[in-house]
Design a protein around this ligand. Structure first.
Ligand code: CTP
Ligand code: MG
Length: 248
């Protein structure tokens, strides 16, 4: 390991400012509980569990930073990990940018991880961080897609949608988080890629637009995103399975 590698620290930025519209009415999604613990706390623990991560920046719902700070203080989290909380923005892209803005100078590698993926295993986090440390400027964990995917001309209100094409499934990957970046690459992407519509849903996609090579490493089925009500059922089942396995 060279002298510079030794001093470069890794931070995780956790965008958690979304409302969770698709989950239905209730508290902001990241604050809803899974087996009694807020989703955000699960997500922070998942990042802090990685030995690579020494700082976690939580991007809270706008106006909710104090509440999130209190919530994190009430839960046990590894002491070696520093945790900052900042208020987020109207879009995920804006929230990530606000998280990047508070990184200290000695952070050289950034993982961006959705609070909505609370159950990502530590091995996936470590694999992404290691790939960046080994020299890849942008790394995303992903899995082959199970369903065949159609491109359509979108229609609203349940009207039949004309199909434009069917990409070959074997070359498609469904991407997850944490996505890992060389800090300068990610900051440049957020500076240069403007906000369009609802903003980018994926940081790696922004890096791609700058011409940065992006690589995929194996994701994990437990890194799924909690988006709709059925995902809560699945997440609680995963936690129950983990508890049962720990008892043996
Ligand atoms: N996010 C954010 N700031 C926003 C919007 C989203 O930090 N303005 C975060 C969410 O909190 C989540 C992640 O980005 O951790 C992925 O977004 P998504 O799954 O779409 O969550 P929500 O936007 O909360 O859900 P929905 O789109 O159903 O409202
Ligand atoms: Mg959203």
């Amino acid at each position: 390991m060279s002298e510079t590698q030794r001093t470069v620290r890794t931070a995780a930025v956790i965008p958690a400012a979304g409302r969770g519209v698709r989950l239905g009415p209730g508290a902001p999604k990241a604050l809803r509980t899974l087996s009694g613990t807020p989703m955000l706390v699960h997500a922070v623990r998942a990042m802090a569990r990685s030995r690579a991560v020494s700082l976690v920046v939580v991007v809270a719902p706008p106006g909710g930073a104090a509440e999130v700070r209190n919530l994190l203080d009430e839960h046990s989290l590894p002491e070696k990990t520093e945790i900052l909380v900042v208020p987020g923005g109207e879009t995920r892209q804006e929230s990530v940018r606000l998280g990047l803005a508070v990184l200290p100078d000695d952070i050289g590698i950034v993982l961006v991880h959705d609070a909505a993926r609370p159950l990502v295993p530590v091995d996936t986090v470590d694999a992404v961080a290691a790939a960046v440390r080994d020299g890849a400027p942008a790394v995303v964990p992903a899995l082959p897609v199970a369903d065949t995917v159609k491109q359509v001309e979108p229609r609203t209100g349940g009207e039949p949608e004309p199909v434009i094409g069917t990409p070959e499934r074997s070359v498609l990957r469904a991407v997850q988080t944490p996505q890992g970046f060389d800090r300068a690459t990610l900051v440049e992407a957020h500076e240069k890629v403007g906000l369009e519509g609802e903003g980018a849903t994926d940081d790696a996609g922004m890096a791609e637009r700058l011409g940065v090579p992006v690589v995929v490493v194996p994701g994990h089925e437990e890194a799924f995103k909690v988006t709709r009500p059925l995902d809560l059922v699945l997440a609680e089942a995963v936690l129950a399975r983990r508890r049962a396995n720990d008892d043996f």
